[in-house]
Design a binder for this molecule. Structure first.
Ligand SMILES: [Zn+2]
Length: 323
């Protein structure tokens, strides 16, 4: 039997290059990830406990999970990309392999590389050791490609057919997919083009993230609707009823953002912003639909702006503006 280079690589990988296959992405981030003052509003060590709803998303990206496709439909201003960055750090350090990260345009990919990926590497010792500085020639490190032992991270834009066809990849990160073109120079859907790059890998991971733009014509909404549609259920602080938060149950006095609160669907009790930290800690993801793909390889998450701490007054202001 003749093996392709990719199959040989795959077998070598499965043969035991992983230092600790049981470590999850969230556990890795809690040990090794530092948020840079340049890129984060709250610099310092990453703490998954501050945003507990991100744990399961990151853990689906871990080798120990059998999930292959992780779909996240999210509200605006929610840092799901940081899950992707944690995953990138994990891959470089713990599960090396070829990885492709796609943003809507090549320009955005360049900007993201400088503003997010460089600080990700610089702020973590274990990553700094594995990726050579860009200034040294022949280091295999450019704005759009970061080599590391056992793999490479290539970044590109969904507007570049050449970039999407570049190489076979085990790991694929498709960020802000609602900003992708529908059809790329007559070659078809950029998501399908990019996903085709992962076909040769048995143990692949695909992470698809976006804020939906146009209802009914949203790529991420279509993706999410095909999944098990997980929602983050939170217990009411008064009656304990588990529920996921909906905009329709927000209330406030006109012109008084400080009065914003949420009405529990179980007891109609008022839930205030200060209740949320504890509710989030006690929250859990639950599927709300039968997935199209019944083999359990796809997980879909809806991360509403409402579960993000500190969002209720902001939402109130935002809604007041558009009304
Ligand atoms: Zn209640």
């Amino acid at each position: 039997m003749v093996l392709s280079a990719v199959e040989i690589y795959d077998r070598a990988f499965d043969g035991g290059l992983r230092p600790d296959p049981l470590l999850t992405v969230s556990e890795w981030a809690d040990v090794h990830r530092r948020l840079s003052g340049k890129a984060a509003s709250e610099p310092g060590p990453w703490r998954t406990s501050r945003t507990p709803y991100l744990r399961e998303i990151m853990d689906c990206l871990s080798p120990v999970s059998s999930v292959e496709r992780v779909v996240v439909m999210k509200g605006a201003q929610i840092g799901i990309s940081e899950c992707g960055n944690n995953w990138i750090g994990y891959v470089i350090h713990h599960a090396p392999g070829p990885m492709l990260a796609v943003l809507p345009t090549v320009e955005m990919a360049k900007r993201n590389s400088k503003q997010r990926i460089d600080p990700l590497i610089e702020e973590s010792e274990v990553l700094r050791e594995r990726v050579q500085p860009a200034r040294s020639r022949d280091a295999g490190n450019t704005v759009l490609a970061k080599e590391f032992p056992g793999g490479v991270l290539v970044m590109t834009g969904a507007n570049s057919a050449v970039g999407l066809r570049s190489m076979p990849v085990r790991y694929l990160f498709l960020d802000e997919v609602d900003g992708y073109p529908g059809d790329l120079d007559g070659e078809g859907d950029p998501v399908a083009l990019a996903e085709a790059r992962t076909r040769t890998f048995a143990r692949r991971k695909i992470f698809i993230v976006s804020t939906p733009t146009i209802k009914g014509a949203s790529r991420i909404e279509r993706e999410y609707l095909g999944t098990d549609q997980r929602r983050y259920f939170l217990p009411c602080p008064h009656c304990g009823h588990m529920q996921w938060l909906e905009f329709e149950r927000l209330r406030w006095e006109k012109g008084q953002p400080d009065t914003a609160h949420y009405l529990c669907e179980g007891c109609e009790g008022r839930i205030h912003e200060h209740h949320k930290t504890r509710m989030l800690e006690q929250g859990e993801w639950r599927p709300t639909a039968e997935p199209e793909d019944a083999n359990g390889k796809t997980a879909g998450f809806h991360v509403s702006s409402l579960i993000h701490a500190g969002q209720i007054p902001q939402l109130q202001k935002w809604r007041a503006r558009i009304q």
